[in-house]
Design a protein around this ligand. Structure first.
Ligand code: HEM
Length: 161
């Protein structure tokens, strides 16, 4: 196992294109980033890496920042806060911390099995498929069934020298 808190890197995730356009254009709601998360081009959110732990072929990665989508006078309130990713050749999960419950993690999507590409001291996972986790169905208003395809995930970071 190796641990580090010093890597420069990030998680990139657009959540789901149709959701973002629904919230911001159809429902005329808002999308807010804070705590170091940024909204990039094409509605892809970027969360900076804070910690990376390798366990065999798997990685546990912690990221900072939050994205909050709100509409319908707060009835739609989707928070992705300080996401945590477990990823490896057997599959993985992306989970969010929950407001007001610092120890609680809610799995958002199951990730397809993925192995990183490594070059120049960096590791990179591109377009990892993501399917909605059963626990997150309610958070999205029970509109998408468990297993619904969400936006693919990208991760990259520098390994310690
Ligand atoms: C005032 C109550 C609401 C109305 C009138 C409403 C209306 C709609 C309509 C018309 C669509 C279809 C949009 C389209 O595809 O063109 C839709 C989709 C959706 N709604 Fe609502 N909605 C309401 C409340 C909510 C709430 C409270 C949530 C979540 C907690 C929610 C989540 C969603 C989601 C996730 C979609 C699918 C977006 C997509 O991927 O296309 N809605 N809603």
């Amino acid at each position: 196992m190796s641990t580090s808190g010093t890597e420069a890197g990030a998680l990139q995730w657009a959540i789901r294109d149709s959701l973002l356009s629904y919230v911001t254009r159809i429902a005329r709601g808002t999308s807010e980033v804070s705590g170091g998360a940024q909204e990039g081009e094409g509605g892809t959110f970027r969360f900076p890496l804070t910690r990376a732990v390798q366990e065999g072929a798997d990685w546990r990665l912690s990221f900072a920042g939050s994205v909050r989508l709100r509409a319908h006078h707060g009835h739609l309130d989707i928070l992705i806060q300080d996401p945590e990713v477990a990823i490896g050749p057997e599959g993985g999960v992306l989970a969010t911390h929950v407001a007001g419950a610092p120890d609680a993690l809610l799995p958002l999507v199951a990730l397809s099995p993925a192995e990183p590409l490594g070059a120049d001291g960096r590791l990179q996972w591109s377009d990892v498929e993501a399917a909605l986790a059963g626990n997150a169905v309610e958070m999205f208003g029970s509109v998408y069934a468990a297993g619904t395809e969400m936006a693919p995930i990208g991760i990259e970071f520098a390994l310690d020298s």
